[in-house]
Design a protein around this ligand. Structure first.
Ligand code: AGP
Length: 610
């Protein structure tokens, strides 16, 4: 998720762009850059936070011009370096591009463009667009026409803004899957990823629709479809203040990020299948021969990432028949684990900076294990120390409590498990394809699970003052229960524990007495009948049971006090959907308790101390 802002008007563009990027830094902060049309095109860009760019601009005395665009990056392809920072230029240096999203077919385009003589200056997917516009410009009577012809060659997700020194009076934007809005001002007009970027300049906006191309000039805006047909648009007036706008109108980043899960999962799946439907995970950089030699998998992670690893354990073992051991990172290297060159170690860390997991990964590599990092942060420490990487593409997660990064960790690990099975030949292609289809159904199923929010808000009123919560589940419902308990305790400060449901009778059931809330993950799976027995166990001792169950399950209704129905999913993937109501339950209870859900006490987003 990157931040984009563009300006065309009577004022100097640079200060407006910088202020816009400052308001968009929550969307990504690996690097920042600007392009200003000043007779030619002046481009200044730097890795690091916005301050780095501001320093570079100060050194050269700024850039003058009334047409320009800016970008703050959350890296997806290519590390966070100066050369990979946006904007990107064509060979002539007269076309500049900024981009939010993923160009899935960039590699084939780049190969063809290089063969045709284009010189590339970055490792990004975005740069191919600059060279394609360069090729199209002479063939069209406008920059917008060249952009329309260009995007017809792209597959993927993008919000693009293009500036050309040969069309100094405007900029052109185009949207497919990634957000882009138009800001309509008085004698000036703007483009942005999100409202906060230009809210100080205008409260009148036009959301750009899918596959629309926007031509922005000081005296007006033209919107067309990809064929150049004019599209009518209806401006909207926004009443939000800036703080609300940065959270897209949600009260907290946590709620925004919970609701971003459908699009985050779609982004995690994007670009990982070739035209023949085979999984392509090149960034794991593991020769297929080495994968074939793998005879054991270790998973190391902390907190929520550990719970994602637990979910992955079930899938990897089921699909590849490889034994999977999983350790809390801080325990792993102190128990003298048995690894060798045929062990594959997965280090899961959304920040990529958790020192416990970093040290675990270092230990695994020291034992000759091949290490793949599963991370949300391009260029983070763990990605530099691993042999290969699988990025989760969830975009920046501001809330300390992990939500959308948990969903994308699981989905990414499912993809990796299927990829291992594909290479080791432990599954037929049609079997793999059927599971990929199930993964592709998850965004819509999570969307439907989010509709439970109102029912959960009512439940939260009933349980806001509970002293203890138990979360129970079996099979993949067990890591889901652990994650639900962690979410509740870390943001509401209520004592909550997750247990394997079959474990209650070995001690924890002593905690159950009248009124103790027990959340039971009881979705359809091969151990569902056992879950019913466990629910009866706790009910018999006075518990109030909140069951998460599969839509259409009538049996559970006679047993549990409250039922949260979620869409039917495969049991190996069900935590992706089941966790949504558990996240919402934690959030709604914490809000009623007046807790700071985005920055809970005692916690940090990334724990960089042992
Ligand atoms: C989860 O809500 C917590 N923020 C915490 O447990 C977190 O998952 C853990 O610290 C691991 O962080 P990482 O994924 O960045 O390594």
């Amino acid at each position: 998720m990157c931040g984009i802002v563009g300006y065309v008007g009577p004022d100097e563009a640079l200060p407006i762009l910088i202020e816009g990027l400052r308001r968009l830094e929550y969307r990504g902060y690996d690097s920042a850059g600007v392009a200003v049309v000043d007779g030619g095109l002046s481009v200044v860009k730097r890795a690091g936070k916005l301050a780095e760019l501001e320093g570079a601009l100060a050194e050269q005395g700024g850039v003058a011009g009334r047409v320009g665009m800016g970008h703050t990056r959350w890296a997806t392809h290519g590390g966070p370096t100066d050369r990979n920072a946006h904007p990107h230029l064509d060979c002539t240096g007269r076309v500049a591009i900024i981009h939010n999203g993923i160009i899935e077919n960039f590699q084939a385009l780049k190969t063809r463009l290089i063969k045709d003589g284009h010189a590339f200056g970055s490792d990004t997917d975005t740069e191919v667009v600059a060279h394609l516009v360069e090729e199209e410009l002479p063939l069209h009577d406008s920059l917008a026409g060249a952009v329309r012809a260009t995007v017809r060659q792209l597959t993927g997700a993008y919000a693009l803004v293009v500036a050309s020194a040969d069309d100094p009076g405007g900029i052109v934007g185009v949207k497919l899957s990634s957000p882009l809005i138009v800001g309509l001002g008085d004698g000036e007009n703007m483009l942005a990823s999100d409202i906060p970027a230009v809210l100080q300049r205008t409260r009148t906006f036009v959301p750009v629709a899918e596959s629309q191309v926007v031509e922005v000039r000081a005296d007006g805006v033209t919107i067309t479809d990809l064929d150049g047909n004019a599209a009518a648009f209806q401006p909207l007036e926004v009443e939000w203040d800036l703080a609300a706008a940065e959270k897209s109108g949600y009260d907290d980043f946590m709620l925004k990020e919970i609701y971003e899960q459908p699009s985050a999962i779609a982004d995690a799946l994007r670009g990982r299948l070739d035209p023949d439907g085979r999984l392509v995970l090149d960034e794991v950089r593991m020769p297929e021969g080495k994968i074939e030699d793998v005879d054991k998998v270790y998973v190391v992670a902390c907190g929520t990432a550990f719970h994602a690893g637990l979910v992955a354990k079930y899938a990897i073992e089921h699909w590849t028949r490889l034994p999977v051991e999983i350790d809390i990172s801080s325990e792993f290297r102190y128990r003298d684990p048995v690894l060798d060159s045929n062990t594959l170690t997965l280090g899961i860390s959304q920040s990529g900076e958790t020192i416990d997991t970093l040290e675990a990964v270092r230990h695994a590599r020291h034992q000759q294990s091949h290490v793949i990092a599963i991370s949300n942060t391009v260029g983070s420490s763990i990605t530099r120390e691993a042999d290969g990487v699988l990025y989760t593409h969830a975009g920046p997660e501001i809330c300390v409590a992990a939500t959308k990064t948990f969903a994308t960790q699981m989905v990414s690990l499912h993809l990796l498990a299927l990829y291992l099975a594909q290479v080791k030949g432990t599954m037929f292609p049609h079997e793999i394809a059927s599971y990929v289809d199930l993964l592709r159904a998850l965004p819509e199923q999570v969307e439907r699970a989010l509709e439970l929010d109102e029912q959960i808000t009512e439940l939260a009123v009933r349980y806001r003052d509970a002293r203890d919560f138990l979360f129970i589940g079996r099979h993949t419902g067990y890591p889901a229960a652990l994650e639900g308990a962690l979410k509740l305790k870390e943001i509401s400060y209520i004592h909550a524990e997750g247990y394997p449901a079959g474990e209650l009778k070995h001690g924890p059931i002593a905690l159950v007495e009248d009124g103790v809330p027990v959340v039971a993950v009881a979705t359809e799976c091969h151990v569902y009948p056992k879950m019913l027995s466990n629910i009866q166990e706790v009910k018999a001792r006075g518990a109030e049971v909140i069951a998460v169950a599969t839509e259409g399950d009538r049996e559970i209704e006679g047993l549990a006090d409250h039922v949260l129905f979620v869409p039917r999913t495969h049991e190996l993937m069900s935590p992706v959907v089941v966790t949504v109501p558990l996240q919402l339950l934690a959030y709604r209870i914490a809000k009623l308790r007046g807790c700071n859900v985005d920055q809970p006490r005692n916690l940090a987003k990334s724990v960089t101390v042992e």
